[in-house]
Design a protein around this ligand. Structure first.
Ligand code: ATP
Length: 355
């Protein structure tokens, strides 16, 4: 078992709060992505879990044991940094085995563990090669091998693919997830890239200014964003927002948007006279001549299997993802129809989803 549990974890640097009272659990074998823009506190959270930064308050439990004050070396955690630094003068076998050698493990055992690890990563055929001549992908695998050979309780990774070009990054995203499926090591993975998080993680914590705005599966976070911030951060293009003054009472299912009746999900509290925001993802909009909610095509982006069409409405610019089999003229009038089951409602003041 290697659960990671953090409770009310907080980090202040002087008067600046980098991480604000965060709590979550990563269950044994789970892959958690800490996702958010630069400066939101992802790395600081990870460094506290690793024992490289002392929290200002709060607790960290590893397998139920309070490790908040334990040194990094006493935590049995592997930390994989952004740069996979290898020892250039050593071959692949020595690079992978190095952490075990420094632990004083007997040579025969090291040999066996290194070979097992290399097989897992499918690099057993290059064990005797020098790392300096290796291609990028193999270098990454060797670096991963060095992290997993110790069989730590969990892995902490800080933007490990950050320096790679886009194509190779995509390959490594799949490899990392594959590896995770094989070894099921509890993993916390820091990234600012929503695609990486969505593709790899079992759970995602979306962070903003030191606060975890939402913690959930990729599906929950995409389909039921807890805040406008999350709805805007996840998805490309992001969710469309349309502001309106609500006459909604508990149980109502209809709003007036631009003078047009629009069916929305049922809410469970009175929101009459409130400023609300209707959220709709681009793929939940279709064009329909019958719809009274109209706008003018502003531009379109052809994406092969579909296209994203921007429509200027009285409520602002709306982006719709629609089939690519029809082309649109700039200025053409179109009617917009939303899938009522997929709409989101947010409170304009708090930015939170309306219950
Ligand atoms: P990035 O992807 O840019 O690293 P991040 O989300 O990982 O972003 P952190 O590195 O955790 O963010 O930083 C959160 C905030 O805390 C930032 O504003 C940063 O400047 C500040 N910070 C981090 N470490 C320190 C420190 N040692 N002293 C002062 N401020 C710090």
């Amino acid at each position: 078992m290697a659960d990671i549990r953090i409770e009310n974890l907080r980090k202040e640097f002087g008067s600046f709060v980098a991480v604000e009272d965060s709590s979550f659990t990563v269950h044994d074998g789970e892959f958690l992505a800490l996702l958010g823009p630069s400066g939101c506190g992802k790395t600081t959270t990870l460094r506290m879990i690793a024992g490289l930064e002392l929290p200002s308050s709060g607790k960290i439990y590893l397998d139920g044991e309070d490790v908040t004050l334990n040194r990094a070396s006493a935590r049995d955690i592997a930390f994989v940094f952004q740069l996979f630094a290898l020892y250039p003068h050593m071959n692949v076998r020595k690079n992978i085995g190095f952490p075990l050698l420094s632990q004083g493990m007997p040579k025969a055992e090291i040999r066996q563990r290194v070979e097992e690890t290399a097989r897992l990563l499918q690099i057993d055929h290059i064990l005797n090669r020098s790392v300096s001549g290796l291609a990028g992908g193999d270098r990454q695998r060797v670096a991963l091998g060095r992290a997993i050979v110790r069989r730590p309780k969990c892995f902490l990774m800080d933007e490990p693919l950050g320096t790679l070009d886009a194509e190779f990054r995509e390959i490594m995203v799949h490899e990392l997830r594959e590896l995770h499926n094989r070894i099921h090591a509890t993993t916390v993975y820091v990234t600012h890239d929503q695609h990486e998080a969505m593709a790899m993680a079992d759970k995602i914590a979306v962070m903003n200014h030191g606060v975890i705005e939402q913690f959930g599966t990729p599906q929950e976070i995409y389909a039921k964003p807890a805040t406008m911030y999350v709805a805007d951060f996840i998805g490309s293009p992001p969710m469309n927002f349309m502001r309106f003054t609500s006459g909604l009472k508990s149980g109502d299912r209809s709003i007036l948007l631009d003078g047009v009746d629009v069916t929305v999900p049922e809410i469970h509290q009175d929101m009459a006279e409130s400023e609300l925001v209707l959220g709709v993802r681009p793929e939940h909009i279709r064009f329909s001549d019958a719809s009274a909610l109209r706008g003018a095509v502003y531009g379109s982006e052809y994406l092969g299997t579909n296209q994203v069409v921007a429509v200027e409405t009285r409520g602002g610019l709306i982006k719709a993802r629609v089939p690519a089999n029809r082309s649109f003229q700039i200025g053409e009038r179109v009617g917009l129809e939303f899938n009522p089951a997929k709409l989101a409602l947010f409170d304009c003041t708090s930015g939170r989803a309306v219950p």
